[in-house]
Design a protein around this ligand. Structure first.
Ligand code: VAH
Length: 317
C-alpha cells in the first residue's frame, strides 16, 4: 500500500484510519474522501489531501484514483444498522450501488479494495456462540443484507477479475474520537460519555444482550494488517471474523463503575435496535484471521475502559 483513498474519512472508523495511515505509511499519500456536509476539519484536513468522493459517483472516484495514482481504496461509506432500518433504500444505494462503482474502478485501475463487513452480516439462524468463519448468513436487517451482499460481490470481483478485495467482520467499535451514528452497538460508546459527564446512562439495549465489541485501535490494526498480509496465505478474503471481547450492558456498566462508584444506569429499550441486537451472534470465532494473517487484539474490557476514561476526561472536562 502506498497511495490510498479513504472513502468516508470523517466517519467513526475513517477519521482515525486516515490519520493512522498518514502516520504509518509516510512514504505515500492518503487521500481523505468526503461528501458535502461531512467535510474534514482540523488535523484531518491539515495533515493531507482531501477530495469530494461520493461512492454513487463513479467518475468522481475514478478521477481521484488517476490524480493520486491510488493503489488501495478503503470503502467505509455506509449507513449503520439502525439508520439503515429507517432508510433501507438509501442504505442499499450507498452500500451496493456505491460498492459496485468502487469495484468497477478498482477493476479498471488495478486497485485493492477494503470494504468492511460486520457481525451484522449474521442472522438469527447463525450459531450464536463461537460463530464459525463459514456459516449460515441470513440477516434480518437491511444493514445485514447489504453486508452479506458486500462479502459476496467482493469475492466475485476477486474470483472473476482478480481484484484484490479483502475485508473483516467488525464487532461493535468503541472509540473516543468520533461518535458513531445510528448503530445498534453505539450504547457501548455513549455509556462512557455519560459516566465521564457524571450523568445517569439510559441504555437502549436490554441487560443480558451479548454482542462482540472491539476497541478502535485494534480495529484499525486489523484494517491495515489485512491489506498488508501476504495473499499466498489467505484462504478467505471477504470476510474474516475478528473478535476481542463480548459483553452485555451490565458487564460494561460494572467495569465503568469501578472508576465511578456513583454511576447509575437505567433501561429504556429501543425495540428497533433490540431486535437487531437479538439477531446478531454473541461472540465470533476468529481462528481463521489469527492463522491466515496474524490477527490478535491487544485490548480487553478493563484496559479499554481505562483508556476511554483517560481520553474522555481530556476531551470533555
Ligand atoms: C452498528 N456499529 O451497530 C455498527 C456495527 C457491529 C455493529 O456494524 O450498526
Amino acid at each position: 500500500m502506498k497511495n490510498i483513498l479513504v472513502i468516508g474519512s470523517t466517519g467513526q472508523i475513517g477519521s482515525e484510519l486516515t490519520m493512522k495511515l498518514r502516520r504509518e505509511l509516510s512514504g505515500g499519500t492518503t487521500v481523505a474522501g468526503y461528501i458535502p456536509g461531512s467535510e474534514p476539519k482540523g488535523k484531518l484536513l491539515e495533515s493531507g489531501p482531501a477530495e469530494l468522493a461520493n461512492v454513487c459517483n463513479a467518475k468522481q472516484i475514478a478521477d481521484i484514483v488517476d490524480k493520486y495514482d491510488i493503489d488501495t481504496i478503503y470503502n467505509l461509506a455506509a449507513l449503520l444498522s439502525a439508520t439503515a432500518e429507517r432508510k433501507p433504500l438509501m442504505a442499499w444505494d450507498i452500500q451496493m450501488n456505491g460498492l459496485i462503482n468502487i469495484l468497477e474502478v478498482a477493476r479498471e485501475k488495478h486497485c485493492a479494495v477494503f470494504t468492511p463487513s460486520s457481525i451484522g452480516s449474521f442472522g438469527p439462524d447463525t450459531p450464536r456462540d463461537n460463530t464459525p468463519q463459514d456459516t449460515i448468513q441470513r440477516p434480518t436487517s437491511m444493514y445485514g443484507v447489504t453486508k452479506v451482499a458486500t462479502e459476496l460481490l467482493s469475492d466475485y470481483y476477486y474470483h472473476k477479475y482478480g481484484v484484490d478485495t479483502r475485508s473483516v467482520r467488525f464487532p461493535g467499535l468503541i472509540s473516543y474520537t468520533t461518535l458513531p451514528g445510528g448503530g445498534t452497538t453505539d450504547y457501548a460508546v455513549e455509556i462512557y460519555y455519560a459516566a465521564v459527564k457524571g450523568e445517569e446512562f439510559v441504555c437502549p439495549i436490554a441487560p443480558g444482550t451479548f454482542m462482540d465489541m472491539m476497541y478502535m485501535p485494534d480495529a484499525l490494526n486489523a484494517a491495515v494488517r489485512i491489506m498488508q498480509a501476504d495473499p499466498r496465505y489467505l484462504v478467505h478474503r471477504n470476510s474474516f471474523n475478528i473478535a476481542s471481547m463480548s459483553f452485555e450492558p451490565e458487564t460494561i456498566y460494572r467495569e465503568i463503575k469501578k472508576h465511578y462508584p456513583d454511576f447509575k444506569i437505567r433501561y429504556e429499550v429501543d425495540p428497533v435496535r433490540q431486535a437487531i441486537a437479538d439477531s446478531w451472534p454473541n461472540k465470533m470465532d476468529d481462528t481463521c484471521a489469527r492463522k491466515e494473517w496474524g490477527w490478535i487484539p491487544r485490548y480487553n474490557l478493563e484496559t479499554m475502559t481505562q483508556d476511554m476514561i483517560l481520553h474522555l476526561k481530556e476531551k470533555l472536562l
